[in-house]
Design a protein around this ligand. Structure first.
Ligand code: 73E
Length: 860
């Protein structure tokens, strides 16, 4: 039917439009005002997207006031500030978060209702800002929220990618297809273009040492591009403090080469403008792999150079001598991606500020802090020396100089230890030689940390062992990751948040910033009415998820079943394959059961979501039309989706069979939800009964979704890895389901796989049977899966065959525990109650106190 216009109450619309002084709230007025002015739209036929934009602009006005006051106060008081350099900020949506942090959600909801809109529909119009791959990028976003909420003077610096993480489509055959994510297409009301804040960044050219008794050199020639700032406001929770996230966009310094144009070379004239814009065009979608691509290195330098120039300019405004730089500035390096900031600051101090080498190095090593996020060898960044020499000739000189002095000091402490020098050199020998970025980040920083206890120990005993021996243990620490309870409880699970406030008899403004107060829920485990309410909320969250899947995918989900969830990037080490093979095992077991036996089985719905890294994505996006045909063989191999792509395909095809099997479908069903995102996580996490974090021990540095599930009362099934260990320490081992070999066993097991392999039929008959059923074509496409199955039969680097039996046993324990619903709900309450430690407020305060030495600033 035709919609009636205007929506909502006509009187309210009219009064807002005439701006007469009535009882209509200022919120409604500002909303209508933006419809008429900023959007230049007819108020009477506004759609949901327009309403979202008007609401966003109106909220933005509120934020702007606070943001300006915060900036002004930081400038006036000039406290020491910290800067978080991250190539990824996985922010998700902003409107709901801003409304909650401002404490204006109820008022806005009522306001838009009067105008005929539902807040839920409006919020749903917003596109995710998905400028990140996974945990590392989402951690950066949580840390910004916590910094502002804790009133700490912290700014983020990143890149304004035109395209975020690709959109994932799943073909009917189960193949992952990637589409670009043009997230800025509808305009982004949350960013403020700062065309006045721009820096020139140089690439290529030549570097000539002055050889005048100083370490100076002149770097000239090459290409210069412009970095333009876009600011994103970061509101704290119930505070005026509104910090800044500054994202750089690349632009050609001159849009157009007039000489070439006049010479009739139109293509040549726009070429430089194309290559400059390419730098910030797309986020690299491969996490845990270092690709060595020139464009990625350009991104890293472009971003670090612009950020440092900006930080230095701000420091100079204070008017202090450059030697006091570290008293005013701390820079956190989020993994090794911004490591070029170290030679870049050396370059500025030496070549532009004319400082002696030792002074410059002193400043640098008191300014930077380095967080390592992974010990997987394939993720450790190394850049080929020839590439660096070509793109950043001066920086390569500086890196060689740093290395020379460093190795001299190592030689002094360990005379004659040639092996040690080779191991510790910043330059790895080989063809080509490569720069080891983790080593450079380590020696150029004041402190180094890992992201969970186990991981930090592994950093100290494996990849940076020699550096601990040389520099002393006190330089190396741990800051266990955290998550913001604003987004990951209050926003995604409003009913649970409300129940907690009522139960604790304290406003959420208090406990959301003092999360250990959740412990006060503990006595409530013995309160039956409370348990009922707790369980009812979980049930409604499951129904909300089911409704979402129904409306987006047209699938009907059994909400009476246990919801079992594994959502994260697809990666061999995270072992989604173990999970799907476990599902197949369950299916085969059910198929062999009598009707009587089946009656004792609790129904289970298994959810997967996650993106696999497309190795050829960038190539496809940038140069798809010009691929040479026919393709050489090695190229086809490279394009063939492998490993994780086959796992997705297996999941989809297993789902197709078992969801239709009348023998089992009431007891087991399986869904792969496409295009996993922050917003989808916000629906999935509160609905989970059990979630899986099943990496091979020692491979998942921390994990952060484990914390999100537990905070929402979902129980954890996992390996003894990363932050799972600390979660268990907090909630008690009886409230988590652990399985699998421990970290110290992994090396030996891998050795056995290589040198004393045992046939899988012997070693793990249950797993062998599952693999054979897949090979036999039970789920179709048998030959497609053979390479994947063979990685388990031979080599088995991630030890699926070693952990399978204990995994199946752990799943059975989950089933058993779920049968006793009273006890299960108690576990659920206890889990939430003990999650206080994992607030990102705790983590950010550790950085502020023990690393950066910065203090909270009250914005009056
Ligand atoms: O365990 C997670 C950790 O919780 C780890 O795998 C992830 O970082 C999270 C936050 O600390 C991570 N991402 C990357 N390395 N570790 C990475 C590597 C290269 C490119 C992009 C991301």
């Amino acid at each position: 039917g035709k919609e009636k216009w205007p929506r909502g109450e006509e009187k309210v619309w009219k009064e807002c439009m005439r701006d007469v002084d009535t009882e209509v709230s200022s919120i409604t007025k500002s909303f209508v005002n933006h419809v008429q002015t900023s959007l230049a739209r007819q108020p009477y036929n506004l759609d949901n997207l327009g309403a979202y934009q008007a609401a966003a602009l109106s909220v933005r006005d509120n934020l702007l006031v606070n943001w300006n006051e915060t900036a002004l106060q930081y400038t006036r008081k000039a406290p020491k500030r910290a800067y978080y350099l991250s190539l990824e900020f996985l922010m998700g949506r902003t409107l709901d978060n801003a409304l909650l942090n401002l404490g204006l959600k109820d008022q806005y909801s009522q306001g838009v209702k009067k105008l005929g809109f539902s807040m839920e529909d409006i919020l749903d119009q917003e596109r995710d800002a998905a400028l990140g791959n996974g945990g590392l990028g989402r951690l950066a976003a949580c840390y910004l929220d916590s910094s502002a909420s804790q009133e700490l003077p912290v700014w983020g610096y990143g890149l304004r990618y035109k395209y975020g993480i690709f959109q994932q489509l799943i073909s009917p055959a189960g193949e992952q297809l990637e589409a670009p994510d043009p997230w800025l297409d509808n305009q982004n009301p949350w960013e403020l273009p700062r065309l006045d804040v721009a820096y020139e960044v140089r690439f290529y050219g030549h570097a000539d040492r002055l050889n005048d008794g100083t370490p100076r050199a002149v770097w000239a020639g090459g290409q210069e591009v412009l970095a333009v700032a876009y600011d994103v406001m970061i509101p704290g929770c119930y505070t005026k403090t509104t910090n800044n996230l500054r994202l750089w966009e690349s632009k050609p310094k001159r849009g157009f080469d007039l000489n070439s144009f006049n010479a009739g070379n139109y293509e040549g004239a726009v070429e430089s403008s194309n290559s400059a814009a390419a730098i910030t065009s797309v986020l690299y979608p491969n996490d845990h792999t270092s690709f060595g691509k020139e464009l990625r290195l350009k991104q890293q330098y472009f971003w670090t150079a612009a950020s440092l120039a900006d930080i230095l300019r701000r420091f100079k405004n204070i008017g202090k001598p450059i030697t006091e730089f570290p008293d005013y500035v701390a820079i956190q390096l989020n993994d090794t991606h911004p490591t070029l900031a170290i030679p870049e600051l050396m370059r500025i101090l030496i070549d532009e500020e004319d400082q002696p080498w030792a002074t410059a190095w002193q400043i640098v090593t008191n300014t930077f802090f380095y967080t390592n996020h992974t010990v997987l060898p394939e993720a450790l960044e190394k850049w080929p020396v020839p590439l660096l020499e070509h793109l950043l000739p001066r920086h390569l000189q500086i890196i060689y100089d740093i290395n020379l002095l460093f190795l001299q000091s190592v030689e002094k402490k360990f005379p004659g230890d040639r092996d040690r020098l080779a191991r510790m050199s910043l330059i790895e020998e080989g063809f080509p030689k490569q720069v080891r970025m983790a080593y450079l980040a380590c020696i150029g920083s004041r402190k180094v940390n890992g992201v969970a206890e186990l991981h930090s120990d592994l950093v100290k005993t494996t990849i940076l062992k020699d550096f601990v021996e040389f520099e002393g243990i006190s330089k190396f620490g741990n800051v266990t990751n955290g998550i913001t309870p604003r987004r990951w409880l209050d926003q995604c699970n409003p009913e649970l948040s409300a129940l907690i406030s009522t139960t604790l008899k304290v406003d959420k403004a208090v406990w959301l910033k003092e999360l250990t107060r959740l412990e006060e829920l503990l006595p409530k485990t013995e309160d039956e009415a409370f348990r009922k309410e707790w369980a009812a909320i979980k049930q409604r969250n499951k129904e909300r998820l089911a409704h979402h899947v129904q409306t987006t995918l047209g699938l009907t989900i059994n909400t009476k079943a246990m919801f079992d969830v594994q959502i994260k990037r697809l990666h061999e080490y995270k072992r989604q394959t173990l999970n799907i093979l476990g599902v197949i095992h369950r299916y085969l077991t059910l198929k062999n059961m009598t009707a009587e036996e089946k009656k004792k089985v609790n129904p289970r719905v298994v959810f997967f979501a996650g993106k696999a890294a497309p190795a050829y994505y960038i190539a496809k996006l940038v140069s798809a039309p010009s691929l040479p045909l026919p393709l050489p063989l090695y190229f086809i191999a490279w394009l063939t989706p492998f490993g994780t792509h086959q796992t997705i395909r297996l999941i989809v095809n297993v789902a197709r069979i078992i969801n239709e099997d009348p023998d089992t479908k009431d007891l087991l069903s399986l869904y792969f939800l496409p295009d996993y995102s922050v917003s989808l996580a916000e629906v999935l996490i509160p609905a989970s009964d059990i979630s899986q974090h099943i990496s091979t021990a020692g491979t998942e540095a921390s994990g952060t979704s484990n914390m999100k599930f537990c905070l929402n009362g979902g129980l954890l099934l996992g390996t003894v890895d990363g932050a799972n260990i600390e979660i268990a320490e907090e909630v008690g081992e009886s409230n988590v389901f652990f399985f699998g070999h421990l970290t110290p066993a992994v090396e030996d097991l891998r050795y056995q796989h290589t040198y004393h392999p045992i046939p899988i039929e012997e070693k793990c008959p249950a797993l062998a049977n599952v693999l054979n059923q897949v090979s036999a074509g039970l789920f179709g496409d048998a030959d497609v899966y053979e390479p994947l199955l063979n990685t388990i039969r031979q080599g088995d680097h991630y030890l699926l065959s070693d952990d399978f039996d204990s995994y199946i046993a752990a799943l059975a324990m989950v089933d058993e525990a779920y049968l006793d619903q009273t006890e299960w709900v108690k576990k659920s309450i206890r889990t939430t109650a003990k999650m206080g430690k994992f607030s990102s407020d705790r983590a950010i305060n550790e950085y502020a106190e023990s690393y950066w030495n910065i203090e909270a600033q009250r914005i009056a």
